[in-house]
Design a binder for this molecule. Sequence first.
Ligand code: FA5
Length: 329
Amino acid sequence: MQDAVRQARDEALARIGRAEMLDELEQARSACLGRSGALKALMQKLGTLPPEERRAAGQLLNEAKAAIEEALAARREAIGAGQVRATRATLDISVPGKCRPIGHEHPLRQAEAELREVFARLGFEAVEGPEVELAYYNFEALNIPAEHPSHDSFDTFYVEGDVLLRSHTSPVQIRVMEQRKPPIRVVVPGRVFRPDTPDATHSPVFHQIEGLVVGEDVTFADLKAVLAMAMRELFGPDTQTRFRPSFFPFTEPSAEVDVYCEIGGQRRWLELLGAGMVHPKVFEAVGYDPERYTGFAFGMGIDRVAMLKYGITDIRLLLENDVRFLDQF
Ligand code: FA5
């Protein structure tokens, strides 16, 4: 009898020591102290023992019960206080899996990546410049004097004094030329800002990719060839482009370039970029000799490229961050 009590006690203590969760502890408790538990059965047997054995066995039983209850209380506290780390996996392979939505690049990023790639194939290196810019780079160095009417088309949001949010990527032309000597062949993708009223093709925050080529004997024919080729790479071999005479203070001559495309079920020309031959005044601002060097530059709306490529009819959709819309690209 006494051996049976010791065995039941040791088994119960071992099981309590292994319990990692409260329900396991409860199972250990009921297996020895419960109505049909091991200790309960031994207690019932106590009455059948001869009196001389009963006393010693009874005392041992009481001690065993007390030891088990003490161990239970201590373990319950340890589990409750998070001191017991669960090691056994509680894996139920019949539970349906969690569906984790997998994201992808925003269509604007996709368009930018494709533009970088197309121009990389044409030999252009991609560089970047600051979004918060000095008025000197956004205007003066680009031959846009404060009092000149052309200043208005590049007006922007001011941070303070002559610090502003750049209204085009052209200031990076100046930053690149200040740091390097020709030949130069770079593209500059980036975000730009303008106090434009939002509509289907205008947004106050949009993206441009600037191009700049400087060297000896760079001509307008090079500009036309590069842009026509880039447009065909982007939109397909039958893509039509149109150069319209235009004005930018930092290029002479200047052109606006449109692409013929379908927007909202209607075929029409959409203005995609401004371009031209780098103005001699711009070369003077960066200390290049305008007699020796010529170059061309262009600035293209990346949002407009994304609209054309993906058949998006309203530029605002690109910036609303509605996953149901973005999911489609
Ligand atoms: C410029 O920003 C000149 N810096 C481009 C340039 C660079 C000319 C180098 C010559 C040499 P413009 O303001 O036209 O030009 O803008 C260029 C392109 O940006 C437009 O053709 C259009 O595609 C896009 N764009 C202009 N305003 C917005 C707007 N509010 N929302 C979306 N796209 C716009």
